[in-house]
Each structure stands twice: as structure tokens, then as C-alpha cells.
Design a protein around this ligand. Structure first.
Ligand SMILES: Cc1ncc(COP(=O)(O)O)c(C=O)c1O
Length: 356
């Protein structure tokens, strides 16, 4: 999958040593990759720099200091993009900027620091631009364009205040694609014209490279979770439970733990079951906790134990966004296929590593 994205012209956007490893295996040019995320340790920075990563999104003065130390010790020149948390929020399903969050420098903080931000950068670190990621699933093109326009205005202003020559402006994305539901995302092609206008109106940002980040729009449709119906159980008050051999340890675990609102799913059932009556069911998994619930009160064609069912559009945030180690149940095999031919099978590894 990562290899397909590379061949299609993407660069790598990284946020962990595991993602760095995948990008390396897929043959990405790591000197063009961007490594971001809050709370990066000095060891993480050193590992990434030693592997060839040269661009980092930094989220605070402390983060910039840790990057500076790591780059100084290795004597390697790197570029830092300052991640901004602006004052206003976007129209996103999950706003990650413009709200109180752990992400980025507060807009006001950068304004009041001004050129003093350079004091946190060692000689090896060039402050090369800005990064602003507003949030995910911004479904309307006009809302995405409004967020990009705001990003450019802020970058132009802050570049002047801080004395930064913008070489790279990372405008983020938020390009929508359904998650665990049938269907497709918003067609992004109208962005081209709007972006051309924003580019023409921009100031210091105009000569920069403009970068964008996308997760689910690119990867979501590539994955479908196939599962077997283990039991169909009738319980009190005529409530029905569809017990699958998959659950929150494979999908949506963060929702199961109450970390984000519970999501709903589409469940694709065998064609032979369609048209022979429906039943309202809770779709649950095999874990010993009532939290292991993928959907409540879903009306579905009646299925039987042994049937295969499938959840579409989970190629992004599937197994890696779940509580995979919970109860030490096995991770699902991930089968990569094209035109009916199986190309590779992977399984996420969990377990305990002896450290002493
Ligand atoms: C900084 C950053 N960039 C990109 C993404 C990818 O988001 P999406 O899958 O909505 O494209 C995320 C997701 O949380 C993110 O935090």
C-alpha cells in the first residue's frame, strides 16, 4: 500500500518509529518526508535524523529545543516547520486546531515570541516554514479553501514577525472519505481553481513549496474488514446480538474506550441473505467486555452463524487505530490483493518484549 502511494507521487508523512520503518521499507525518499506529532523525544529525533529524515514539524519551544539538540549531536542540517494552533476553528468533523489542544504553537505565542523563536534553534536547524492541520473530514470544498486561505494569511504574517523565509508551507488537508461506511469522499478537483486564487493573493508564502497531508482520502477505500458471524443471540427485551470474530481490538478501539464518540458502521452481508427479512441487531465482538461493540440497533438482513460479513472503507485507521493488544487476542491478518491475486499477507505483531 505504502509502495503504491510512493509510485503514485506521494511523499511520506510520519509520526512514529513504526511509520518511519514502513516508509523505509516502501522505498520513500526520507529526505523529503515530514516527521511530526507532539511529545517527540530526543531519542526519537535522533533515530529519525540518523535514518535520513530532514523535515520536522515542531509543536513547541521544548520540541524545537529537542530537535536542535539531536541535530546538533549528529551534526546534520534539518528543516523545521512551526506548527500553528490558530485562534479560529474550521468546519471539521474533528477539529484539531482553533480549539484548546496539545497540537502546535498557539498563534498568539508565535506572535509574541517574534524573532526570539530562533533562539531555540541550533545552527543545524533551519526554520523553514509553517504547518497547520485544521482537522479531519472537512466535507465542503469551500470550508477547505477557507482554511487554506487562513493558513496562508497566518503564515505570511508570522513569517514577517519572526523573520522566517518560508521555503515550505504545509497546509494540511482534512480531505473527506467515509469511514466504515459505503460511499466515496468529496471530489477534490474544484480545489485547484480555488488554490490558484489563494496562491495569487499570497505574500511571502507564494514562492514556497505548498505541501498537503492526506490519510483517509488516499487510503480509506483500500481496506475492507471481513469477519465471520460466530453467533446470533437473542437476549432480554427481544434484543438481538450479532457476535463477530472481530471487534474493537481490530477496528475503532478508541471509540470503544470512550476516547472519541462511538461511530456507526455499514455491514455488507452475503447477497443470498438480501430480501429475506431484516432484524435490528447490536454488532459486537468476541472480547470479554460490553465495550466491544461496533454498532448498536443496526437494521440488517437476517444472517446466520458462519456467514461472512464486511465493513467497507477502513483502509485508513483500521488495525493501527485500535486497541490491538487488548486481551492478547490475535491481530487480524491483512491480505493485500490485486485482481483476485494475493500479493502479500501481513499481521501486526503484539506481545511482550523482555527488556531486563
Ligand atoms: C497532522 C495530521 N495530518 C494528517 C492527518 C490525516 O488526516 P485525514 O485522514 O483526515 O486525511 C492527521 C490525522 O489525524 C493529522 O493529525
Amino acid at each position: 500500500m505504502a509502495n503504491e502511494l510512493r509510485v503514485g507521487g506521494c511523499e511520506a508523512d510520519l509520526t512514529s518509529p513504526g511509520e518511519l520503518h514502513s516508509a523505509m521499507e516502501a522505498g520513500f525518499d526520507l529526505s523529503r518526508a515530514l516527521y511530526g506529532g507532539p511529545g517527540k523525544s530526543a531519542a526519537e529525533y535522533s533515530g529519525a535524523i540518523a535514518s535520513g529524515v530532514r523535515h520536522f514539524s515542531v509543536e513547541s519551544c521544548g520540541d524545537l529545543s529537542r530537535l536542535s539538540r539531536a541535530a546538533g549531536e549528529l551534526g546534520e542540517p534539518v528543516a523545521a516547520l512551526l506548527r500553528i494552533n490558530p485562534n479560529s476553528a474550521p468546519k471539521a468533523k474533528l477539529a484539531m486546531s482553533g480549539v484548546a489542544s496539545q497540537f502546535g504553537f498557539e498563534e498568539e505565542e508565535l506572535r509574541s515570541l517574534g524573532a526570539r523563536i530562533h533562539e531555540f534553534a541550533s545552527a543545524e536547524v533551519k526554520l523553514a516554514g509553517f504547518h497547520l492541520y485544521w482537522g479531519t473530514q472537512i466535507a465542503e470544498i469551500d470550508a477547505i479553501l477557507a482554511s487554506f486561505e487562513k493558513t496562508v494569511e497566518l503564515a505570511d504574517e508570522l513569517a514577517t514577525i519572526a523573520g522566517i523565509e518560508i521555503g515550505i508551507l504545509n497546509l494540511g488537508g482534512g480531505f473527506a472519505w467515509p469511514y466504515a461506511h459505503r460511499g466515496q469522499g468529496t471530489d477534490p478537483s474544484p480545489l485547484r481553481e480555488g488554490l490558484a486564487g489563494i496562491h495569487a493573493r499570497s505574500g511571502a508564502s507564494r514562492s514556497a513549496e505548498w505541501w498537503f497531508e492526506s490519510g483517509r482520502y488516499l487510503a480509506g477505500s483500500s481496506g475492507m474488514l471481513v469477519s465471520r458471524v460466530m453467533e446470533v443471540k437473542r437476549s432480554k427485551d427481544d434484543r438481538w446480538f450479532l457476535i463477530l470474530d472481530t471487534g474493537i481490538h481490530h477496528l475503532g478501539g478508541m471509540a470503544g474506550l470512550g476516547r472519541i464518540p462511538r461511530f456507526s458502521i455499514d455491514l455488507i452481508v452475503p447477497e443470498s441473505r438480501i430480501g429475506a427479512g431484516t432484524r435490528v441487531v447490536d454488532v459486537v465482538g468476541p472480547l470479554c467486555t460490553p465495550l466491544d461493540c461496533l454498532a448498536k440497533r443496526l437494521e440488517l438482513p437476517v444472517v446466520e452463524p458462519g456467514d461472512l460479513v464486511a465493513i467497507p472503507n477502513v483502509g485508513a485507521y483500521g488495525a493501527t487505530a485500535s486497541v490491538g493488544a487488548f486481551l492478547s487476542r490475535p491481530a487480524p491478518p491483512e491480505v493485500l490483493h490485486r485482481d483476485g491475486e494475493i500479493l502479500a499477507i501481513h499481521r501486526l505483531r503484539t506481545g511482550h518484549e523482555r527488556v531486563r
